[in-house]
Design a binder for this molecule. Structure first.
Ligand SMILES: [Zn+2]
Length: 407
């Protein structure tokens, strides 16, 4: 993200009023003054400024007060700005736009063989999808405050460089600059897909509000976004959460990292498909476009009680449960959310996963950890990134928009 300090005193006060209106809406100017400790004249001026920028609006209703003039109520303006979140993964590009209330305005899922396309072509596709999105009737006339791109790999977040993304075959790709170059003036954030997925699950879905939460990406790779106390755990060099490369079975199947017996070589989607559909997915790596179709075949066979598919899913679920137990032993999450392609496979993965997690955790009852499927499917990382951009307006990590774009 473009980390510039936009915190003049007035800007800090504008953001404070914005946060307060989000918390208290619908609320009067007097309520904002009392919650922020700012005087009423200052609040009136700040509110007028935020209305001009298209960030808050008057609801048309008034507060019921016994004494004095009734106050006009304020709420966030969900009509003027949007943030766009994307995820580029091995076989798709996922894109979502959200409004100031974090509500999805428009979503799209584009099949894309990212391994074959290469980084520069992916960056071009990302910019093209964003431009196309802003012309969509659901977004036309809205100012785009920021664009986030989630990538399955190690990211240097301040520079927007993808240091390593083995499943995409990328190394030291300046993705932030490549995308920013095609989107004049729009701030761009590049972050890890699991981290942004965890931020989405923290904000929406069945485990929302759980401050110690782990999101597991169910893609060709398995990454973990780890929230402890509501904060992302990144580690000293940004490598935290690489649970996919935890060695589970010494001498086991080969992994994309060059080692053997890693969790993702046993329970990643590619590994599951290879085992569940030996007639359909014999080799690796699968070509990008095949994954979604093959997952659908695996679901169909599991529903039809095909013993090969059921056996493969049961084994993968048990490996995942061992991974969850490792997480429980180290960070004691309140919830582990299975995302991506794990979601359609969850009816078969979850029972052995929960059982193994309970049996192999040191803490009784797996330390109180729930294991749940995501409700966001393949949109979690895109949704999480868009949410981070909206939140950045309130924290000062993004400049406040000047005003609504002309329609
Ligand atoms: Zn590995």
């Amino acid at each position: 993200m473009d980390r510039v300090s936009f915190q003049t005193v007035r800007e800090a006060n504008l953001r404070s009023v914005l946060r307060t209106v989000r918390e208290l809406a619908p609320c009067s100017r007097a309520a904002v003054a009392s919650a922020t400790g700012l005087n009423k004249t200052t609040v009136s001026s700040l509110v007028a400024d935020l209305i001009g920028r298209g960030l808050i609006r008057e609801t048309g209703e008034t507060s019921q007060r016994r004494v004095g003039r009734p106050g006009v109520l304020l709420a966030l303006d969900d009509r003027s700005v949007a943030a766009v979140g994307l995820e580029v993964n091995v076989d798709y590009l996922s894109v979502v736009a959200v409004d100031l209330m974090h509500r999805a305005l428009r979503e799209r899922h584009v099949p894309l063989d990212a391994r074959a396309a290469g980084a520069e072509e992916c960056a071009r596709r990302i910019a093209a999808v964003v431009r196309e999105f802003t012309q969509d009737p659901a977004l036309r006339g809205r100012g785009v405050v920021g664009v986030s791109v989630a990538v399955p790999g190690l990211i240097d977040v301040p520079s927007g460089i993808v240091t390593r993304a083995p499943n995409l075959g990328w190394r030291d790709v300046p993705l932030g600059d490549l995308v920013r170059g095609s989107l004049a003036g729009v701030p761009v954030l590049v972050d890890n897909d699991a981290n942004l997925g965890a931020m989405a699950e923290f904000r929406i879905g069945p485990c929302a509000g759980t401050p110690d939460l782990v999101y597991l990406t169910g893609e060709v790779g398995i990454g973990a976004g780890v929230l402890t106390g509501g904060e992302l755990l990144r580690g000293a060099g940004g490598w935290a959460g690489e649970i996919g490369h935890l060695e589970m079975e010494p001498g086991g199947p080969e992994c994309s990292c060059g080692r053997q017996g890693c969790l993702e070589a046993l329970a990643g989607v590619e590994a599951i498909l290879r085992e569940a559909l030996p007639d359909r997915a014999p080799g690796r790596p699968l070509s990008g476009g095949d994954v979604a179709a093959l997952v659908a075949v695996a679901v169909e066979r599991a529903e039809g009680a095909d013993p090969v598919a059921l056996g493969a899913l049961a084994r993968a679920g048990a490996w995942l449960g061992r991974g969850v137990a490792a997480l429980v032993n180290v960070v004691n999450p309140g919830a582990v959310v299975l995302g991506g392609y794990f979601v359609p496979l969850a009816p078969w993965l979850l029972p052995p996963c929960r059982e193994a997690a309970l049996a192999r955790s040191f803490a009784p009852r797996a330390g109180g950890c729930r294991v749940e499927p995501s409700e966001l499917g393949l949109s979690a990382a895109a949704r999480g990134g868009a949410g981070v951009m909206i939140h950045a307006l309130e924290t000062g990590d993004l400049p406040l928009p000047v005003g609504p774009s002309p329609a």
